[in-house]
Design a protein around this ligand. Sequence first.
Ligand SMILES: Nc1nc2c(c(=O)[nH]1)N[C@H]1C(S)=C(S)[C@@H](COP(=O)(O)OP(=O)(O)OC[C@H]3O[C@@H](n4cnc5c(=O)[nH]c(N)nc54)[C@H](O)[C@@H]3O)O[C@H]1N2
Ligand SMILES: Nc1nc2c(c(=O)[nH]1)N[C@H]1C(S)=C(S)[C@@H](COP(=O)(O)OP(=O)(O)OC[C@H]3O[C@@H](n4cnc5c(=O)[nH]c(N)nc54)[C@H](O)[C@@H]3O)O[C@H]1N2
Ligand code: SF4
Ligand SMILES: [Mo]
Length: 775
Amino acid sequence: MGGAVRRVPTYCPLCVSKCGATAVIDDGVFVALEPDPSHPTGQAVCIKGKAAPAVLNHPDRLLYPVRRTAPKGAADPGWQRISWDEALDTIAARLTAAAREYGPESVVFASASPSTSAMSDAIDWVDRLRRAVGSPNLAVYMELCAWGRMGAPLFTFGAPVPAAYMPDLDNAGCILFWGYNPSVARLAHATATTAALRLGAKLVVVDPRRAGLASKADHWLRVRPGTDAALALAMTQVMITRGWYDEDFVRRWTNAPLLVRSDTGELLRADGDPAGYVAWAGRPVRYDPSAGRYEVDESQLDLTGTHVVPTAAGQVVCRPVFAVLAEECARMTPEAAAELTGVPAEEIEACARTLWESRPVAFYTWSGLEQHNNVTQTVRAIDVLYTLTGCLDAPGGNVLFSAVPANPVAPRAAAAEQVQALGFTERPLGPARLGFVTGSALYEAALDGRVRALLTFGANLVMAHGDTARGRKALAAVDFVAHADLFMNPTAELADIVLPVAAAFEAEALRIGFETSQDAQSLVQLRTPLAAPRGEARSDLQILFALAERLGVGDQFFGGDIEAAFRHQLEPAGITLEQLRDNPAGVRVPLTTAYRKYRDTGFRTPTRKIELYSETLGAAGAPPLPTYSEPATSPRSRPDLAAEFPLVLTCAKSLWFCESQHRGIAALRKSMPDPQVELHPDTAAARGIAAGDWVRISTPAGSVQARAKFNAGLDPSVVCGQHGWWQGCADLDLPGYPVEGPGSANLNLVLPQQPGDPISDSAPLRSSLCDITPL
Ligand SMILES: Nc1nc2c(c(=O)[nH]1)N[C@H]1C(S)=C(S)[C@@H](COP(=O)(O)OP(=O)(O)OC[C@H]3O[C@@H](n4cnc5c(=O)[nH]c(N)nc54)[C@H](O)[C@@H]3O)O[C@H]1N2
Ligand SMILES: Nc1nc2c(c(=O)[nH]1)N[C@H]1C(S)=C(S)[C@@H](COP(=O)(O)OP(=O)(O)OC[C@H]3O[C@@H](n4cnc5c(=O)[nH]c(N)nc54)[C@H](O)[C@@H]3O)O[C@H]1N2
Ligand code: SF4
Ligand SMILES: [Mo]
């Protein structure tokens, strides 16, 4: 130390926030990461980002490719060092053999979530490789992490709102965070929100815990876990009853005017035109979805009333979708919702008023909604509520910001995949339709011999999914598993070959757009390597490009030339790699935001309107209008279990760690040395538990341990745990925990994967029953 200090503009890729940053290089050594306020996501760097050098230098880093020599299930896998050539040749040969013998659907690719790791650098290339070799299966937690932000909104908007239609925080009048805590999860959203609040924006937070920005919120709605749909329906009820909705938008841009048959509950079709629909404008008028046009101007369309429509098959009594929606919601009064959700009726009413009076509304939903067996309907209810504000793609609403033109790495398949992903038969509208395999479908197929080869980039599958014991059996049953990672983890332990991966700051990466605002979207940045890879570690991209060659699809990977791939991506942007290398802070491409693009294109739904009523869901036997269903395992749905397990158990991420990572990093672990469970002091007192005591969290599936952390803001019947605890921290002399068995602190060991959401298979990790007892 003490030599020349260099400062290199960069960004942190460790989580979804991608915070703009400055790296400090002291005498050639990467020592610190600092915020870069000139970067659109650079207002702050979190404690994990600051610990990036410690992650990179940790003694437990994997340095060499290894192969297992002991059978799976042995206490010691007997890792033996092998060469990269042997490792990559073996992986390619085994994947090829599995696909040849058992079909391409027997091969699964998996990745750590790009929201919680630098796999965001490479995940599109993983997807490209799996398609190139014909595998229909990518396992990347779509059902736990993204269905509510990306998958379920397709039924309503035909687009990923809010995952792609980002909240325009800079211009919002009201910000709505529903099951989302950006102070922990996405710093760039938290700092932008704080700035917006300073300028007078209102904030609504729906969360069982008063977490993060909830303490600054105009409304904090303390919802019982898993009952969010009831809340959304009640707010919708209030807004419809009070006339707090953008009637013109609803009439023109949603399918609210289409007539629903009272006899079947289905949308009425025009006589002699099975593709056409009918609305009412003093008489029946046709709607042609291919043109997106009615016979009359929309202003004449009825949203209320009951109409008798003459058809070739006789008279049919019908009502507009909007009238049926209003009637369905009428049952969910604020009082009824208060009973279900625990949120006072006056708060529900007041919050609906704020949403209406403080428009434009920008919203984000995340994990608080994803991990329930009713997520699809919950998200439908919130999406319908949001639609009433008329703010979609409007300034200050949720906007699809213009993107830098670029060649996509893994364009969505134009034609349907030839072979469907695992789980497609059971849930044809779920993640499998988009090429994603759910944890439950993966385990089931692995256990019955349909999965023969698995290639995972970093995913800690057995700890991220519920029912760890089943997961371990499933992975052990797969003929061949290869895992690429920075560290050994409980999933890698089950692999046949483990590859050492270069840490994010040891590798070059290309980022085209930073998502959170138009300014952020306009920035293209090439992340400079700040250190040489440790040992023989290689970047995920190097591994993928080398495997592609060996799998005979090198032509789709630019003959193994990563630079050529970057150049190809950049070509439409008119930016060169040289420009980016000369400007490590990035190059801005001037872009203007186009708002309300639906006016030109309609929506990508079957009716080309926002679908308050979803025929697609109806045809699958699901409610076509958003509906509340009680979580499968709750005090109300399972009073038989509630006697022994009286508390509702949810969970949340930790500020100090990404998911199951980082417990080995002293700078992080020192702030959170032990697994915790948050509970109300009264709940603790009733059980003779003091703050900081070790306790047992017992669910119908077993028990694990954690320390009691008091949180007087919680409802006394709700507790909140943490998942991901396995790793020890030698520097602090803090223990690791077994993934199974006595002494385990692995919450997902005692959380089930089933019953999953009927459409998406999302597991109920955030609405289960438990009791807490002293250990
Ligand atoms: N520090 C840190 N940052 C991360 C991650 C990390 O592990 N650590 N992980 C990354 C990943 S992969 C993701 S998916 C994102 C997730 O980001 P978030 O979704 O913000 O993550 P959480 O904090 O788990 O959940 C948000 C809130 O949901 C609340 N909640 C729990 N149950 C319910 C419920 O039933 N209803 C409602 N309305 N709320 C509920 C929790 O109390 C919590 O405050 O964060 C990313 N960023
Ligand atoms: N109970 C409960 N369970 C949950 C959740 C919850 O909130 N509660 N959250 C769910 C969610 S939203 C998600 S996204 C999943 C997360 O599950 P995962 O995405 O599997 O995340 P981690 O468990 O942190 O494991 C990530 C692994 O990737 C490795 N890694 C990190 N960076 C890189 C890299 O650049 N390259 C490679 N090759 N490897 C890397 C890490 O060392 C680690 O071993 O967990 C889910 N499970
Ligand atoms: S929030 Fe922290 S970990 Fe995530 S990108 Fe920013 S600095 Fe990195
Ligand atoms: Mo996630």
